[in-house]
Design a protein around this ligand. Structure first.
Ligand code: ATP
Ligand code: MG
Ligand code: MG
Length: 287
């Protein structure tokens, strides 16, 4: 369920949610954001506070209870911006964990909710059998979903874009081809941004840290996003968010995040999605 409206507009004017369930977030105090507790996310945020990637992750402040629900407390990354433009790009060439695929196969359960989501996006997608059952199996749904967007072909997909003028688009489920993705990126990067080149610089800084990070090397990073934020002042930042599906690898396994995924190797394609180092003056490192 994609949300686009300010979630808690009454006492928090700036914060905007581009993905996930609306009920997962609460505004916190003094530029903080509360996200519904998830243990793997807590573990990751905690470890990231001591990793070289720390400057690229929202500050993490532990767990807080509110109305019988636990939340991870983190920085609201929009708090210091004035009418920010924001973009959420879900990184990687796969958006489910290997363990999810294994689990989904172990207990085959027909899912009506997934069938309905499938039909809503691509009415012709279900097979005759699936249509008769009005349901699909989860592995089938997971693999179908990856083919719709640029996830499998570019190593990332756009989840949502909100521009400074208030317009918001979270309808990128079928934005797959490079030309379409480039157009959306150009539109975002150039809109109300006095310094469009800064994003390339930010991504290069991030890639340098990713390549050095012990955390990154030892985790399968799936379903995590890069949040791009800029405003009319010429400032722009790129942060890593959403670690609900980022899991530690059994030692001594490590990933380069570029090697093609073959089930069992745990590779997630994250760095492949970020792009190659700048080699030629006329090449585009961010693709
Ligand atoms: P999903 O797994 O479906 O992507 P989720 O419930 O795990 O969703 P996130 O992806 O972490 O939620 O966040 C959803 C949206 O909320 C992001 O796209 C972004 O717009 C906003 N958001 C998340 N974390 C922050 C943050 N620390 N500061 C500002 N905005 C944030
Ligand atoms: Mg997300
Ligand atoms: Mg998530």
């Amino acid at each position: 369920m994609v949300q686009c409206s300010p979630l808690v507009a009454s006492f928090k004017k700036r914060w905007v949610q581009l993905a996930g369930h609306a009920g997962n977030f609460q505004a916190g105090e003094r530029g903080k954001l509360l996200k519904k507790y998830c243990e793997s996310e807590q573990q990751c945020l905690q470890k990231l506070m001591g990793d070289s990637l720390c400057p690229f992750v929202p500050g993490y402040y532990g767990v807080e209870q509110l109305d019988e629900q636990e939340y991870n407390v983190m920085d609201d990354l929009l708090a210091d911006f004035d009418s920010p433009s924001i973009m959420d790009c879900k990184m990687g060439s796969r958006t489910y964990l290997e363990e999810e695929l294994v689990k989904a196969r172990e207990k085959p359960r027909l899912r009506r909710d997934m069938y309905e989501k499938m039909v809503a996006v691509e009415p012709g997608a279900p097979s005759a059998e699936e249509r008769a059952q009005q349901a699909v199996l989860k592995p089938r749904y997971m693999q179908w979903r990856e083919t719709l967007s640029s996830t499998a072909t570019l190593g990332f997909r756009i989840e949502g874009i909100k521009k400074a003028d208030g317009t918001c688009n979270t309808n990128f489920k079928k934005t797959k081809h490079k030309e379409q993705v480039m157009q959306a990126l150009k539109d975002f990067v150039g809109g109300n941004n006095p310094n469009p080149g800064i994003y390339l610089q930010r991504l290069e800084e991030l890639r340098t840290e990713l390549e050095k990070s012990p955390f990154f090397r030892t985790h399968e990073v799936v379903g995590s996003s890069l949040l791009f934020v800029h405003d009319g002042s010429g400032r722009a930042r790129v942060w890593m968010i959403d670690f609900g599906k980022t899991v530690p690898l059994p030692p001594p396994l490590s990933l380069d995040h570029r090697t093609t995924w073959v089930e069992g190797n745990r590779e997630d394609g994250y760095l492949w999605g970020v792009g190659q180092p700048h080699q030629h003056p006329d090449s585009n490192a961010a693709r």
